[in-house]
Design a protein around this ligand. Structure first.
Ligand SMILES: C[S@@+](CC[C@H](N)C(=O)[O-])C[C@H]1O[C@@H](n2cnc3c(N)ncnc32)[C@H](O)[C@@H]1O
Length: 145
């Protein structure tokens, strides 16, 4: 019996690039997802935390607007694969360090439905970052934009 691979890899076909971990698709640069990321980037101002890296679209859109962005990614293998500027760590923990004007968290594979109750985590992040613009992808009721 072989163990299924859980390695990150990228596939490109028909003009779309897809990021997989094993069999699970985590991100793709199709027009819908690009629009989501472009919209989130349009909400960013000041010191901005982006978690996690994925294909780096959101971070790139922020940088294209001249935003001071710090990207935090949990998985070192993905940082190495992408070869992009990202800090290795847990974005929830970085968010609670304080000092952020904008925090955008997009942490789930595209195949995942939001199921967790993140109300307490969002409240703790807001307390640590007064006046923050907070976006938690998949949780519009906890997000400002
Ligand atoms: C859907 S992808 C992000 C796509 C990204 N917004 C883009 O524009 O390409 C989710 C990413 O979050 C990362 N991740 C998951 N949990 C995390 C955490 N607690 N802290 C940091 N990164 C995390 C995953 O490894 C993955 O790279």
């Amino acid at each position: 019996m072989t163990t299924p691979s859980t390695a990150w890899h990228i596939e490109s076909a028909n003009g779309t690039t897809r990021l997989y971990k094993g069999l699970v698709e985590w991100m793709a640069d199709d027009p819908v997802r690009r629009d989501y990321m472009r919209y989130y980037a349009s909400c960013a101002r000041g010191r901005t935390l982006v978690g996690g890296l994925g294909l780096g679209l959101l971070s790139d859109f922020c940088r294209a607007r001249g935003i001071d962005v710090t990207t935090v990614e949990l998985d070192l293998d993905l940082i190495r694969l992408m070869g992009m500027d990202a800090q290795h760590g847990d974005a929830w923990e970085w968010a609670q360090r304080g000092g952020w004007d904008t925090i955008i968290l997009d942490l789930w594979p595209d195949t995942a439905e939001p199921t967790e109750d993140l109300t307490e985590k969002a409240a703790a992040i807001r307390e640590a970052n007064p006046g923050v613009t907070l976006i938690i992808h998949g949780y519009p009721s906890l997000s400002d934009c």
